[in-house]
Ligand binder design. Structure first.
Ligand SMILES: *Cc1c(COP(=O)(O)O)cnc(C)c1O
Length: 399
């Protein structure tokens, strides 16, 4: 028997990605100013960042980072349980818990690690994690890596979730869902999922990476938006690298679960602490996000303007009232052609293709920021119209 060559295998996989227009290329941004990004010496209006509230370059966020770096350095120097846990981490956890009205919060170096920590430290091989089919990859991988049974249900199908739970009556159970779906922008039916979890004695875990700061009262996220508390949602994930414009994440919830994570979660114990300077930036960002309601109000106005304009010009955006406004194009070739033409027109938008999204639903994932102006939105709509015409010429059909 011949052992397969890894080199041959990856070359084959790459050529298949080529054939299916699925090669991925990074573009290099040389400067960034608010929603404007410079690529190949040209300024473009960006509609692809997750900096929804426009906080990542806010002077008090950047200032907090600089001040704390001057005090305690650039690095995390150790894991939290050795000597990497600083007062500013503590202050950030308290601020997050206070804002989100939960007893406790635990800071992680990334949302990816936070999800892994939750699933891995709570579920073992006899247990089941029931997940929405469109959940973020980090939730899916968290279940895979924890060794529990992973069962998926059709998008937002609460009955489907119930069926999966009923089919696994033994072992502990968790329903895990995105709060706001990252590639679709819609909000999970959290009240119904909470009921399903309750009748099946399962824990509901909500990954609110795209909801925190943006939706719900005072930007407290989709769980608060559904008027749920730690009673129904004992744990949720808040990321710090999206609406909060910083980096890292926090798992928030009940005191005993948070204590369990801080003492047992491998992705917490065996990694370097989030640098204190980054925690300071996040702390400043949380204070702004809590206080500056105008950022959310402005976002809502921009969302309505984009949806209204798109509708008038015959585009059907996915049903979403969050800053994630996807335009499904169909094939990867269509989505790429749209993105290319938009770029020629000074607009940077991301073409999201399978396997990130299901087959035949390649899309432009348009995201809005409180720093966009109404003129930026109008420029986007005009560019979309031209891109549609151009794409029709090039690949036949267009959205
Ligand atoms: C971005 C994202 C994560 C991962 O968070 P990072 O801090 O970027 O690692 C987790 N879940 C969802 C839904 C996300 O969109």
């Amino acid at each position: 028997m011949m052992r397969p060559s890894l080199h041959a295998r990856i070359a084959q996989a790459r050529s298949e990605r080529d054939d299916r227009r699925r090669r991925r290329q990074r573009l290099t941004v040389t400067r960034r100013e608010g929603v404007r990004v410079m690529v190949n010496d040209r300024w473009l209006i960006g509609f692809c960042s997750n900096d929804y509230l426009g906080l990542s370059q806010h002077f008090s966020v950047v200032g907090a980072l600089q001040d704390e770096a001057a005090r305690s350095g650039a690095g995390g120097v150790s894991s939290h349980l050795v000597c990497g846990h600083l007062a500013v981490h503590e202050a950030l956890e308290r601020e997050l818990a206070d804002w989100l009205q939960v007893p406790a919060a635990l800071v992680f170096s990334s949302g990816w690690l936070g999800n892994l920590a939750v699933v891995q430290s709570l579920l073992g091989e006899d247990d089941v994690c029931v997940q929405d089919r469109l959940n973020h990859a980090s939730l899916i991988d968290a279940a895979r890596l924890s060794g529990c049974k992973l069962r998926r249900y059709p998008h937002n199908d609460v009955q489907g979730a119930l069926r999966q739970l009923r089919a696994q009556p033994e072992g502990a159970a968790m329903i895990a869902t995105d709060g706001v779906f990252s590639m679709d922008g819609d909000v999970a039916p959290l009240r119904d999922l909470a009921l399903a979890a309750h009748v099946q004695n399962a824990m509901l875990y909500v990954d609110d990476a795209h909801g925190i700061g943006v939706v719900g009262p005072d930007g407290r996220g989709s769980v608060a938006g559904a008027r749920l508390t730690t009673q129904q949602v004992p744990l949720q994930l808040a990321t710090l690298g999206k609406a909060l414009g910083s980096f890292g994440a926090a798992v928030v919830g009940t005191a005993d679960l948070i204590a369990h994570l801080s003492e047992t979660a491998r992705p917490y114990l065996y990694t370097t602490a989030l640098p204190a300077a980054q925690a300071a930036a996040s702390l400043a960002a949380v204070k702004l996000a809590r206080r500056e309601h105008w950022r959310r109000e402005k976002l809502q106005e921009l969302i309505l303007r984009l949806r209204g304009g798109a509708l008038r010009h015959g585009f059907t955006l996915l049903d979403s009232d969050t800053p994630i406004q996807p335009l499904v194009c169909g094939t990867a070739a269509h989505a790429l052609a749209m993105a290319d033409t938009l770029r020629d027109d000074g607009i940077l938008a991301a073409a999201i293709r399978p396997p990130t999204v299901p087959e035949n639903t390649a899309r432009l994932r348009l995201t809005l920021s409180a720093l966009h102006t109404p003129d930026d939105i109008d420029a986007l709509i005009n560019a979309l119209c031209r891109a549609r015409d151009e794409t029709r010429r090039r690949v036949g059909t267009a959205p």
